[in-house]
Design a protein around this ligand. Structure first.
Ligand code: ADP
Ligand code: MG
Ligand code: MG
Length: 922
């Protein structure tokens, strides 16, 4: 993998290199930087500086800023100036500590820690105990009077350095370590004595020599330089890139490197390490929340190697330390005015703070914490609105296992690390998860079952429906990452045993293998998530007054429309009539209509469809009483309703020699096309094939669809218009306030629009006359072709509203087929050719410009033109923000995204009004 990224445009010109401050020291009660400097120092570095300035016990050190990482990416190395400033900072640290890095009777050891602007849990690398070598390990053993501890630290260094810097696979070390444990017949790492660890070190060095073709570097300064550069490189590792892609973080930001004096949690039974939250990150209750391990170092807690103990235990073993930790973290929360996620280490009874950051939390916790903090006077209501990511509101809609309706047999219980429920097939590795989960139409739910997850599992976790781990607590990697993803996770289910090699999960003697189905429920008994949760409503109540955009839903059937209303939809922005035709009882009539080769037969079939459509519209109008409903006339090419050409050809070939049973199956399959008995097949099949071939298109996406159908078969548009207006008049008679908006799909020219609008207006008038009643209505168009956007001023002469069909508009603007893009997209994203999937996030620079331009041109002709968007983008927060900025009237999205869109729209407007900096682009 190439690690150098040449991006000439990024280099800051006119800034002389020597004037750049690359290294920021912290320690001795003061720091060069502060908490606001996340861009420069990364989140971790900024936090360490801020805590140091606040007089908290933080081991001293220095931060090499992100510009050095960007430089590394551009040039494949850092400049001499970075080296010079680093050495000067190291010298300062050494004199502050009265120690020398890896030298003398009391050697200084440091950690080399990654830390970017946005937290990326475990995605990049950290190295501990740097400075140890064959000599300093002996000095450390003597000084601490604890040789076991010294060797344990050294073997950890070789392991981490070997893996991170020298690219040696973890299992090469694990094999040695596990082998030693087996040989000594012990279970826990802590049970290996000094002698055993010394042997491990000797073996580790051989592993290094064998795998990296070099010796483990004994020179501490060389170790430091190599570790620093490896951390810079880790910004570019696959899992970090993947994480940034999922979380929409700019690849060019780079990471800072923090070099910090070590403190030791592995010095025996009065030492330990832990992590915690100032509030419960799963359900948001105000409780001091954390986990720790005695006699452990660094990652031991998060990695789930040993199951950590609840923080309340600390109160029992070390009440003073507990109190101090509680006091410090409470202060940190007050200071940052947000829930903190912190890391600490206790060295022989003395507490050190190693990290603090705004903690990741579930949507439910986000809402609750925001409200609590307003009530506590810590933040304002306006700030509270921004404390919840719109996408997190899905957590209120997550499914639960219905224990009333289905009998569930509880296999095992663990910690409800992330809410929701999931049903899927077991997989044991991340790669398998990706393979089995599939995509598009072949999607298949999988549940990733692991002893513990690691950052390397990120791609598998992303595609899994849920995650189950046998080890690790509420702060384990699995817990933290799934909460960020809004995905169900049950962690630390002690009763299950996972054998990843043999691919078996054993639960109380029962074996489960890959492909077996299980279900998870990350149940939060305290607050079952639901859309009308009183606290959610409260927060929405603060946000909504800002909102300018209306939010509608895409709904085709009354049930969805009712659902959408419950989520607060203000109308329907897209009602797809073809979905009505796909219903079991209608498809025969639809197919009869398609098979008709003359207008008379076609009208006959349409007549049968009319009352069905009318009754659908009646249901939808009633559900949306008082709100507008946009109904799109038939859009897809007709052959989508017929059997596949290839299937038909096979059946025709098989028919002459088919057994009675096979014929029976064919009659069932083709009954709706007129095959009443086996005898009809011989005639029906070839006729059907002929029609399928007539309708066959090479490129159906650009073919006989949209308004082109209505223009070639006007009787279809007529029937649909009639169904709409008859339904509208009927409900209006019952007192329903109805506002149909008839939408013509896929127009490219004014004449197309005029042709279809004329039909709709004519039928409307006919119906109004017949029924002696009028309703308000509009006729408009869906803008999904670049030409339509270009001539929007023309089209607006006939169209009373526009609705951007951004799915098709993205297809036609990029020339990407939405159904085939998965072949290209992974490469495009990995290479940075596209930053995001343009079908998920509206492409502001291209497609967005068409939206903006068409809106402006359309309103030039018709100032009151109503403009909305009805593609998938309508429920995606950054796209919603864009729609707000270009002045659309509404967005429309699937019912389950309505809440998200409402909050995103409110935030977008509040950003304007309150002058909040930033916005949704990172
Ligand atoms: P991450 O960003 O993956 O959490 P960190 O840089 O925070 O990585 O380091 C990983 C672990 O190592 C943390 O548990 C942290 O507490 C521990 N650690 C880092 N630096 C030191 C240090 N100077 N002394 C003791 N432990 C440290
Ligand atoms: Mg880590
Ligand atoms: Mg950390």
């Amino acid at each position: 993998m190439a690690t150098t990224l040449v991006e000439p445009g990024v280099q800051e010109v006119g800034k002389s290199k020597t004037s750049t401050k690359y290294v920021y020291s912290f320690g001795g009660g003061k720091a060069d930087g502060n908490g606001k400097m996340k861009d420069v120092l990364g989140g971790k570095g900024a936090g360490l500086a801020e805590m140091t300035n606040a007089g908290l016990p933080v081991p001293p050190g220095f931060t090499i800023q992100t510009e050095a990482c960007r430089e590394y990416m551009r040039q494949g190395g850092v400049s001499e100036e970075v080296d010079r400033q680093m050495d000067a900072a190291l010298a300062r640290l050494e004199s502050l500590q009265g120690q020398k890095l890896g030298k003398g009777d009391n050697p200084l050891l440091v950690s080399v820690r990654s830390g970017a602007k946005f937290s990326m849990p475990g995605m990049m690398d950290t190295i501990l105990n740097l400075g140890l070598n064959d000599e300093s390990v002996e000095a450390l053993g003597k000084k601490s009077n604890n040789p076991r501890f010294a060797y344990d630290s050294y073997r950890r260094l070789i392991q981490m350095f070997g893996n991170v810097v020298l690219d040696i696979e973890k299992h090469a070390f694990d094999e040695v370590f596990d082998g030693k444990k087996k040989q000594r017949k012990v279970k826990l790492d802590t049970e290996l004595d000094a002698k055993a660890l010394k042997e491990v070190i000797a073996e580790y060095k051989k592993v290094v020599k064998r795998e990296a073709k070099r010796d483990f570097p004994q020179d501490p300064h060389e170790q430091l330089v190599m570790a620093r550069d490896a951390v810079f490189r880790s910004w570019q590792n696959e899992r970090a890139k993947h994480y940034r892609r999922i979380n929409n973080i700019d690849d060019m930001l780079g990471t800072a490197v923090n070099v910090q004096a070590m403190v030791f949690g592995n010095l025996g039974e009065t030492s330990g390490t832990g992590v915690g939250f100032t509030r419960n990150p799963a359900i948001g209750t105000k409780e001091f929340y954390g986990e720790f391990l005695m006699n452990a170092q660094g990652e031991d807690v998060v990695a789930g190697i040993r199951t950590p103990v609840h923080i309340s235990e600390l109160e029992k073993v070390m009440p003073d330390v507990y109190r101090q930790l509680h006091e410090i973290t409470t202060r940190l929360e007050q200071h940052y005015r947000d829930m903190q996620d912190f890391e600490f280490t206790i060295q022989e009874g003395k507490l050190y703070m190693l990290q603090t950051r705004n903690g990741k939390r579930t949507g439910i916790a986000a809402v609750r914490v925001a409200i609590q903090m307003v009530e506590e006077g810590l933040i304002t209501k306006e700030e509270a609105i921004f404390r919840v990511e719109p996408n997190q509101l899905y957590d209120f809609l997550v499914p639960r296992l219905d224990e009333k309706k289905t009998k569930v047999e509880v296999l095992a219980t663990g910690l409800p690390a992330s809410p929701g429920a999931a049903v899927g097939q077991i997989v044991f590795t991340a790669d398998e998860a990706v393979e089995k989960a599939g995509h598009g139409a072949k999607k298949n739910p999988v549940i990733l079952v692991r002893a513990e997850t690691t950052p390397e599992d990120i791609h598998g976790m992303e595609v899994a429906a849920g995650i189950l781990t046998s080890r690790g607590g509420m702060t384990s990697h699995a817990a933290v990452v799934t909460r960020g993803m809004g995905k169900c996770c049950v962690a630390g289910a002690g009763d299950i045993h996972v054998d990843e090699k043999a691919r078996v999960m054993t639960v109380k003697g029962e074996k489960f293998r890959e492909g077996d189905w299980i279900s998870l429920d990350g149940k939060l008994d305290a607050i079952p998530p639901k859309a009308d949760d009183p606290e959610l409503l409260k927060l929405m109540g603060w946000a909504e007054p800002f909102r300018k955009l209306r939010v509608r839903a895409n709904a085709d059937i009354p049930r969805d429309a009712i659902q959408a209303r419950a989520f607060g939809a203000e109308g329907i922005g897209l009602c797809r009539t073809e979905h009505m035709f796909f219903a079991e009882d209608r498809i025969p009539h639809m197919q009869a209509m398609i098979l008709a080769n003359n207008e008379k037969d076609r009208r006959q079939a349409l007549k049968k469809l009319l009352p069905m459509q009318r009754s659908d519209f009646i249901g939808v109008f009633k559900a949306m009483d008082g709100f507008a409903v946009t109904i799109r006339l038939l859009d897809p090419p007709l052959h989508e309703f017929l059997p596949r050409r290839e299937d038909l050809m096979v059946d025709i070939a098989v028919l002459p020699n088919a057994a009675a049973k096979e014929k029976k199956a064919m009659v069932e399959k083709y009954g709706r096309f007129g095959a009443k008995g086996a005898g009809d097949l011989k005639k029906v099949l070839p006729t059907l094939l002929r029609r399928v071939e007539e309708l066959h298109e090479f490129n159906p996406m650009l073919g006989h669809r949209g308004c082109r159908l209505g223009i070639t078969y006007p009787e279809i548009s007529e029937m649909q218009a009639r169904a709409i207006f008859e339904a509208a008049v009927a409900v209006a008679k019952d007192g329903v306030k109805v506002h149909p908006e008839v939408m013509i799909p896929l127009t490219a020219t004014l004449k197309e629009m005029a042709n279809q609008a004329a039909i709709v207006h004519r039928v409307a008038n006919e119906v109004f006359k017949e029924k002696q009643r009028k309703v308000d209505y509009m006729v408009g168009t869906m803008i999904e072709l670049p030409r339509a956007a270009l001539v929007a001023d023309e089209i607006a002469k006939e169209a009373q509203f526009f609705s951007f069909g951004t799915n098709d508009l993205t297809q036609t603007t990029f020339g990407f087929s939405r159904d085939d893009i998965n072949k290209i997209l992974p490469t495009y994203l990995a290479e940075g050719i596209l930053k995001q999937d343009p079908f998920a996030v509206l492409d502001r620079e291209g497609v967005g410009q068409l939206v903006k331009m068409a809106t402006e041109r359309g309103r030039k002709t018709r100032p009151e033109l109503k403009v909305g968007i009805c593609g998938e983008h309508g429920g995606e927060p950054s796209s919603v923000e864009f729609c707000h900025q270009v002045g659309l009237n509404y967005v429309s999205c699937s019912p389950f995204r309505v809440l998200t869109a409402r909050l995103a729209a409110a935030q977008a407007a509040a950003i304007d009004k309150l002058g909040v900096e930033g916005g949704r682009t990172k």
